[in-house]
Design a protein. Structure first.
Length: 143
């Protein structure tokens, strides 16, 4: 993953399991505090992080872990970065898949990206949780 100043922000690995995709994020060089952490609908981070599009929502679900009509596949819990700017976290997302033909398949024609936002996702606001600017982005690649 890269930050908006093109510096490194760490990496996220994805592993398919029987229960969904296990994401392991090893992050560095981030501002301390709470940040929204989402999968976005397009596998592009350039020319700016807006190229990643909106949240990944292949079933058309509403945004928000606390919304009755939510959550969509790109929604994940906020991450909490320590005072040193580092974080290691594992998150299981049962709404996405690395297997072609499965619901939530990430490697469609335009791919997908992981985006870290400047602020916390409120888990309610539509369409994206009001988490603020995109401060880091990484394209999800096969292999």
């Amino acid at each position: 993953m890269k930050k908006d100043d093109d510096s490194q922000a760490g990496s996220v690995t994805l592993v398919q399991t029987q229960s969904g995709v296990l994401l392991t994020a090893t992050l560095t060089n981030l501002a301390p505090g709470v940040h929204g952490f989402h999968i976005h609908e397009t596998g592009a981070c350039k020319p700016d992080f807006k190229a990643a599009g909106g949240h990944f929502a292949p079933q058309g679900d509403a945004h928000g872990l606390l919304v009755k009509a939510g959550e969509h596949a790109g929604d994940m819990p906020n991450i909490h970065v320590g005072a040193d700017g580092k974080l290691k976290v594992e998150i299981l997302n049962s709404e996405i898949s690395l297997l072609e033909g499965e619901p939530g398949y990430l490697f469609d024609d335009d791919g997908a990206a992981i985006v870290i936002h400047a602020g916390a996702d409120d888990y309610r606001s539509q369409p994206s949780g009001d988490a603020g600017d995109r401060v880091a982005c990484g394209v999800i690649n096969e292999g």
